[in-house]
Design a protein around this ligand. Structure first.
Ligand SMILES: [Zn+2]
Length: 246
């Protein structure tokens, strides 16, 4: 019998059966059964993605139906009780290619440009984790993210995605585009200003290489301290309460 668990560092993949929402075929796929918690020492790059130990770990975030090629986040599939080796075998495609199918499915079902951009971005990270070139992925992610940012009805954290767009441009060597996007990042991004300034300077210096985030930035971005209202307003606890209720 095949082993249903695979481990990469402390990430655990489990082979399970799921049903395709499009064609109802039940197929076997790997899902992330355990993800180690992030700490400030978790490797993260300046485009805010966590570096994963193997491309199969990222590929397990999505599932691809081998019958109709419908591909989406794993969470959009329903688990089936059929034992995985009795189910239809998964499609044999490179890990990063699964994300290309996810972009295609996104187009087909009219998913928002942001969703499609996130699939393409994950495709670029997966390609890097597999040692493959990722320029085409970044170009695709950039196109989709530009369209998402141009959509006035979208209410996501635009400011943070302006920063991500700056990073995509910088990694593609489009330094003018990068600066233009970094300049549109404001406090709403909840990113340290020194990070945005640093990355803008990297673009001005012509650095198109990936940059790893120092632990203090990982901590500031991923483990933000609760805002201390007393400190911020110079008030006591009671006065703060009055402020909140008035
Ligand atoms: Zn299907």
């Amino acid at each position: 019998m095949q082993d249903i668990y695979k481990q990469f560092e402390n990430f655990v993949l489990q082979t399970v059966s799921v049903q395709c929402p499009e064609c109802e075929v039940v197929f076997a796929t790997d899902m992330l059964a355990h993800t180690p918690n992030m700490t400030k020492d978790t490797p993260v790059e300046t485009d805010l993605h966590r570096i994963l130990p193997h491309p199969s770990v990222r590929a397990a975030l999505i599932a691809m139906c081998p019958a109709c090629l419908y591909t989406n986040w794993y969470s959009s599939f329903v688990e089936d009780s059929l034992i995985p080796f009795m189910a239809v075998a998964p499609a044999e495609v490179a890990f990063s290619k699964k994300f290309a199918h996810a972009v295609l499915t996104g187009r087909k079902i009219g998913a928002h440009h942001l969703d499609r951009a996130l699939f393409a971005l994950n495709g670029s990270w997966c390609a890097r984790e597999a040692g493959e070139p990722c320029e085409k992925w970044l170009e695709l992610a950039g196109q989709e993210l530009e369209s998402a940012l141009a959509d006035d009805s979208w209410t996501g954290n635009r400011s943070r995605y302006q920063y991500i767009m700056g990073e995509i441009c910088r990694l593609l060597g489009d330094f003018h585009g990068a600066v233009r996007h970094y300049n549109q990042v404001d406090r709403k991004s909840q990113l340290p200003k020194s990070l945005v300034d640093h990355q803008r300077q990297e673009a001005i210096n012509g650095n198109s290489k990936p940059v790893q985030l120092p632990p203090e930035y990982v901590e500031a971005i991923f483990f933000p301290k609760p805002i201390n209202l007393d400190e911020l307003l110079g008030t006591t606890q009671n006065q703060t309460h009055e402020l909140k209720s008035s």
